[in-house]
Design a protein. Structure first.
Length: 94
């Protein structure tokens, strides 16, 4: 799998490759909703595994937790970058 495909997988960033009008608001709201879904997935998998579902392995749960952690970390870093950019723009004197 190419690195570009991996970096956009599952976090709503694939919208950036689509042609057409995509607003900044749409990209961020897609990111938030996809990160939220990734956060809920480990809970669902763990519950299914504890209920005796043989299709869910503990390895799947740990992988989902790591993916959720990556998503949260990425969202926090993006938020920090946006706030820093906003502060830089606000400090520009006209």
């Amino acid at each position: 799998m190419p690195i570009d495909d991996f970096s956009k997988q599952g976090f709503g960033l694939s919208k950036l490759d689509e042609k057409g009008e995509t607003s900044f608001k749409d990209v961020l709201s897609g990111l938030v909703s996809n990160v939220n879904a990734e956060i809920q997935k480990p809970d669902q998998l763990l519950q299914a595994q504890m209920m005796g579902n043989t299709d869910v392995d503990i390895h799947d749960v740990v992988t989902a937790i790591a993916k959720a952690d990556l998503g949260v970390t990425m969202a926090v870093q993006m938020t920090s970058k946006v706030v820093n950019a906003y502060n830089a723009v606000m400090n520009i004197s006209i």
